[in-house]
Design a protein around this ligand. Structure first.
Ligand code: SOE
Length: 395
């Protein structure tokens, strides 16, 4: 455990997640009172990216040499916010340097990388965390607590979906559409979130995949001009030339849970009309809950134990402290919070965990995120082989 009361953070990545993480490290001590304070020490970008990012977000230093930054004795926490193919080399270097390691989701682009990352973390005892940020929406954290309190009863059905519609023909061949950089498409990007979220909310494990479909609707996309390896930086222009998309645009699969429930999972990037519909519905013997991130402050609850004459869905605005997690750090009742707050909530729980204190709700470490990665892999095997796949057979 780092000795300092102030932990020096090195962030690697200046894209979308570089922004959400920068905001989280900048805001966490303003809204929470973490037992250890983060100092925004260094941000690493790619050669060709702008160092202005560091000034804009309040990072004291900027570098393009992530290996050197990770090895620096001045750094306590390494935060990886890069495309999936870089998670493993960066995390392994950070574990070797005995740093605290935070890594964006999915843990890795491949099960093999994820397995090695989890093994290194286990063998060294280094503290690791994975940014499955949706666990830290107050409504999702509260859903987790309602299930723990038995308000839903024994779970019979889990219906999870993460539907977007941004990836139309106009979007060029970025890293997210190429297997060598991303590992998979909507599956590792979006099913990763809902698999983690359903394991978290139900408290159960997925034991079997009973069929899956993967489809790529847009087979070729315009290449990006001047794209660095992985074509990462946002805003790159696209050329006339096209390249083959080598990952899925959508994956759907059916699953069994350890408590006996059955479930469906659907991830899609061209589900027209769903801009960021990350959600679920869980049906149990005593009631049901449902969530849609597009209305992220609300959780719907159905109490099946009341008089049938008055049963109906209740919409709970999850902004009431202390009943709803995290909200005492933010605003009064019915003053909604947003997407970025989940990341600030996570930074708080990372700092609590590093200080040896309990997080507000469980945080996935590499070992936990590896379980999610096994489910993703099992679904891909089921889709390819067109058969049922037991999780016990996927390591
Ligand atoms: C793109 O699908 C994306 O940015 C995901 O990568 C994030 O994890 C999700 O929170 C929003 O959409």
């Amino acid at each position: 455990m780092p000795k300092r009361k102030t932990l020096n953070v090195a962030l690697i990545g200046q894209g979308f997640m570089g922004r959400t993480h920068s905001n989280a490290w900048a805001q966490v001590s303003k809204f929470f009172d973490p037992p250890l304070k983060p100092a925004m020490h260094t941000v690493c970008g790619q050669v060709g990216e702008s160092p202005d990012f560091a000034d804009n977000w309040g990072w004291a230093n900027w570098s393009t040499n992530w290996r050197k930054v990770i090895r620096s004795d001045e750094i306590d926490i390494v935060d990886i916010a890069t495309p999936n193919y870089l998670h493993a080399p960066m995390a392994q270097a950070a574990i070797k340097a005995a740093k605290v390691v935070c890594c964006e989701k999915p843990l890795a682009g491949t099960l093999s990388d994820a397995r090695k990352m989890a093994a290194s973390a286990k063998n060294t005892g280094v503290k690791t965390f994975v940014w499955y940020n949706y666990r830290r929406c107050p409504a999702v954290a509260f859903a987790h607590k309602l299930v723990r309190r038995g308000k839903v009863g024994r779970i019979r059905h889990v219906r999870a979906f993460y539907l977007q519609d941004w990836a139309d023909e106009s979007v060029p061949l970025a890293w997210r559409f190429q297997k060598r950089w991303a590992g998979s498409g909507a599956h590792g990007d979006l099913n990763a979130h809902i698999v983690d979220m359903m394991r978290f909310v139900t408290g159960e494990q997925i034991t079997e995949i009973c069929g899956a479909i993967a489809e790529t609707f847009i087979k070729r996309r315009k290449r990006m001009i001047g794209a660095a390896a992985g074509g990462i930086a946002a805003g790159l222009k696209s050329s006339r030339k096209t390249g083959k998309v080598t990952v899925d645009d959508t994956v759907l699969f059916l699953a069994r849970f350890s408590g006996g429930a059955v479930g469906s999972f659907e991830a899609a990037r061209q589900a027209t009309g769903n801009q960021n519909r990350n959600g679920f519905e869980i049906n149990g013997t005593k009631g049901a809950i449902r969530f849609n991130f597009e209305r992220m402050n609300e959780l719907e609850y159905y109490d099946a134990t009341t008089d049938r004459a008055v049963q109906g869905w209740t919409t709970i605005i999850c902004t009431h402290a202390p009943d709803h997690p995290y909200v005492d750090a933010w605003w009064p009742d019915a003053h909604p919070i947003g997407y970025e707050h989940g990341f600030v909530n996570m930074a708080y729980d990372v700092l609590r965990s590093v200080a040896g204190k309990k997080p507000t709700v469980e945080i996935p470490d590499f070992a936990d995120a590896y379980q999610t990665q096994r489910v993703l892999e099992a679904a891909l095997i089921s889709g390819t082989k067109r058969r049922t796949v037991k999780l016990s057979a996927v390591r």
